[in-house]
Ligand binder design. Structure first.
Ligand SMILES: *Cc1c(COP(=O)(O)O)cnc(C)c1O
Length: 392
């Protein structure tokens, strides 16, 4: 059992009374120099099984589903970035969401979701947890009273997603935490859009943070991954660790190695993406063929003040727009863009655009003229030119 509830071992080095900053952690946070080869870069540990000591007792690792050196390194780095006691890595963001739901809820529980929510999270509740008699309500979490009205005696979890997907709504994290504390309800926050560089929900009192590491952490649209971060060392936190090893939705050593490598440049990538996004949001906002721009960094965003308070270092690189006209005009704009590829997902170095309504399956919620844009690290003038051509 010792391996299942192990906390992360990485300690942020204190040098000359100075705490290492996020850019340094992103490069060195998982440094594990194996004594026999002195690698600067950790090798990929493909072995599924690990030898026991001569007396039969266990070494650090036993079996790769339970733990693996590459997974441990990336968990240590993400825990350090999020300033969490532990990070638990999964094979996708939704596997991380599922692990939280499985271990916080029980049959008969009720949860509150944001009305603007990652559609997979909602689908997990709506289709699969329903079979276990878990019910949910969703509401616009930008208004705290909306949430309070939905609280029932069996409400076990308030799930936040801020900024939300795709409308970039901002929930006031501290206010939601205070409300949940009053009613003894657990809180979780999908921090995929903000990342720990822009927002640290655990510091604001949230119990569990979840990331799709497929997005900004990976940054190159080439690996799936998810992670749960927490400061708790209680039974639920231990159960999530044990669930990782037992349910087995674990990332491969190669995916962990790639993620670890990608994280080294994550602060630089995100800074460039946020900078581009500010410029592009301002351009789009003044364009005649755009009805509305959703970006929390804009003063016109209804929750800009809250965003400014709880997000540091920027407002992210996801922008949604409403195109003037209907479905066809909107699809035409997406089709005329050439640097921006029309594809799902976000957070990569390459800019993407997506017509969310087409991607939302049987129960679409997004307006038909909404495009979600993920800004990459390309030259900002090139990106603006692409939109000029597509919109004119
Ligand atoms: C992509 C995404 C997820 C799901 O993550 P996967 O890695 O695709 O399983 C969850 N929440 C948000 C906000 C996302 O963008």
């Amino acid at each position: 059992m010792v391996h299942l509830c192990r906390l992360t071992g990485f300690k942020v080095t204190i040098m000359a009374n100075r705490k290492q900053q996020i850019e340094t952690i992103a490069v060195h946070g998982a440094h594990q120099n194996s004594s026999y080869s002195s690698d600067i870069i950790q090798p990929i540990h493909l072995s599924t099984t690990f030898e026991r000591k001569a007396d039969g007792s266990l070494n650090d690792h036993v079996y790769t589903r339970i733990s693996n050196p590459n997974r441990l390194s990336v968990e240590n780095k993400i825990a350090a970035l999020e300033e969490a006691v532990s990070a638990i890595a999964f094979s996708s963001g939704l596997a991380a969401v599922n692990a939280l739901f499985e271990n916080i809820l029980e049959p008969g529980s009720h949860i509150i979701l944001p009305d603007d929510c990652y559609h997979g999270t909602r689908l997990l509740m709506d289709k699969f947890f329903k079979r276990w008699h878990v019910s949910f309500d969703s509401t616009d979490m930008t208004v705290i009273d909306n949430i309070e009205k939905l609280i029932k005696p069996n409400t076990k979890l308030i799930w936040m997603e801020t900024p939300s997907n795709p409308q970039l709504k901002i929930a006031d994290i501290k206010a939601v935490v205070a409300l949940a504390a009053k009613h003894n309800i657990t809180t979780a926050c999908d921090n995929t859009f903000a990342t720990p560089i822009l927002q640290k929900p655990l510091k604001m009192g949230v119990d569990y943070v979840m990331h799709s590491s497929t997005k900004f952490f990976s940054g190159h649209s080439d690996i799936l991954g998810g992670v749960v971060c927490t400061n708790h060392t209680n039974e639920t936190a231990n159960n999530i660790r044990e669930y990782q090893a037992t349910a087995g939705a674990v990332p491969s050593p190669f995916d962990c190695w790639l993620l670890n490598r990608s994280l080294a440049t994550f602060p630089m990538r995100l800074a460039a993406q946020c900078k581009n996004a500010v410029t592009i949001a301002a351009f789009l906002e003044q364009h005649n063929n755009i009805e509305k721009v959703f970006y929390p960094g804009l003063k016109t965003h209804p929750n800009h003040a809250v965003a400014k308070q709880q997000m540091t270092n920027g407002f992210g690189s996801i922008i949604s727009i409403l195109v003037k006209g209907g479905l066809q005009q909107t699809l035409d704009v997406a089709g005329r863009l050439s640097i921006f590829k029309h594809a799902t997902s976000l957070g990569g170095v390459e800019s993407l655009v997506e017509h969310r309504r087409s991607a939302e399956g049987k129960h679409p919620v997004s307006p038909e003229n909404l495009l979600r844009i993920s800004i990459g690290i390309e030259n900002v003038e090139d990106l603006i030119e692409d939109f000029k051509i597509a919109l004119d």
